[in-house]
Design a protein around this ligand. Structure first.
Ligand code: ZN
Ligand code: ZN
Length: 382
């Protein structure tokens, strides 16, 4: 079968002929791949800056954001049946007996750091015609989410952060009075890519007043060329407004002035890949505020922040930074539920987050090009 693979030694990326997956254990499932989304991590792997193949393979099959249809299940599989749509999670447990997290089936909290991640680290990904996996790593998706289920993994990143936010905010004295969720609270989402916009939707449905705050002219348009005709406001601004959120371009308004105009910021959701600007924005977080990170900083070299001042302010204002590394299975389930909710609340909105679909034959070249627009998806099968 066809698969798209990166050869780190050769510095090559191409379509390969890979062996067909099979049921090797009673808990296994074979999945026919429908859609695979790609993101910044895939581009880093495709340019050989990160990513590692399985120990016995010269290449790594790409793809960690997938939606597929079950074609075959092992004799012990009950929860999932052929014909079901599923989304696979990404991280798999390490082998250490002493790693409590992995032994409890929670590699999202792996203690040894020797977990594998499908399509990223030590295990093949999903950008192939079929893959197999243990049923416990597959989350069922309702049929009505066929066209947008590929957004589950990026939304799960935001869901993980929001679930941890809710845990942390239970510390506030008024949480016990039944004031839960975001009602009346103000959230600023930093960035305007797929994770940012999905995170904004998740915050809006929880009652937060959301502002999407984005740097760079690219914040205004989903894609370059051929996507005009939306007037001067830009596609992302229009998208934000259709959610009932506000869109502010960082070049047009500083955070100080935004706060003067709209009030204290209770939550910041960073979804820029942790740019220096997004981290510096932390100083504008309000009292008792929470800063949520979904990006991984430090990949673009050193930068300067006034850490002394920043940390002093954080302690004085009773703030918390949360950087959940990896979504749990529960976050995937929350994402699937929320995708259904978003589809009902904003019909057609999720489909607009998918900027292009290409065939598997065209995927290799697309990985090498710079990102354009929102979520690019490889449509492996119909
Ligand atoms: Zn991704
Ligand atoms: Zn572990």
């Amino acid at each position: 079968m066809k698969a798209v693979a990166v050869f780190p030694e050769e510095h090559a990326l191409r379509l390969v002929e890979h062996r067909e997956p099979a049921i090797l254990a009673p808990g296994d499932v074979v999945v026919r791949v429908l859609d695979v989304g790609f993101c910044g991590i895939d581009r880093e792997i495709a340019s050989f800056r990160t990513g590692s193949p399985p120990a016995d393979s010269p290449y790594l099959i790409l793809g960690h954001e997938a939606l597929g249809e079950v074609v075959e299940v092992g004799s012990a599989v009950r929860r999932i049946r052929p014909g079901d749509l599923v989304v696979p999670t990404v991280r798999r447990p390490c082998r250490h007996e002493t790693c409590r997290a992995c032994r409890m089936g929670r590699p999202d909290f792996c203690l040894s750091g020797e977990y594998t991640q499908r399509g990223i680290k030590g295990a093949h990904g999903f950008l192939a015609e079929r893959f197999s996996d243990d049923a416990r790593w597959l989350q069922p998706v309702p049929r009505e989410l066929r066209d947008v289920g590929v957004l589950t993994q990026p939304l799960a990143l935001a869901e993980t952060a929001i679930a941890e936010l809710e845990q942390v905010q239970k510390r506030l004295p008024w949480a016990a009075l039944g004031e839960t969720g975001g009602s009346g609270k103000r959230a600023v989402v930093l960035g305007a890519g797929p994770v940012a916009l999905l995170g904004a939707m998740a915050l809006v449905v929880r009652g937060y007043k959301v502002t999407i705050y984005s740097h760079g002219g690219r914040g205004g348009h989903g894609g370059h060329g051929g996507r005009g005709g939306h007037g001067g406001r830009g596609e992302k601004a229009e998208f934000a407004e259709s959610l009932g959120a506000q869109f502010v371009r960082a070049e047009e308004e500083k955070l100080d002035s935004l706060i003067d105009r709209t009030g204290r910021i209770d939550v910041m959701l960073e979804a820029t890949g942790a740019t220096p600007e997004a981290l510096a924005a932390m100083e504008h977080l309000g009292r008792n505020g929470v800063y949520l990170m979904t990006g991984i900083p430090g990949r673009r070299g050193a930068f300067t922040l006034d850490a002394g001042n920043l940390l002093h302010g954080m302690v004085q204002r009773n703030q918390v930074i949360i950087g959940p590394a990896h979504p749990s299975a529960e976050a995937y389930r929350a994402a699937i539920q929320d995708l259904a909710l978003f589809s009902r609340r904003w019909p057609g909105a999720l489909a607009r987050l998918i900027s292009s679909r290409m065939t598997i034959d065209h995927a290799s070249e697309a990985f090498r090009k710079p990102a354009s627009g929102l979520k690019q998806v490889v449509a492996v099968a119909d």
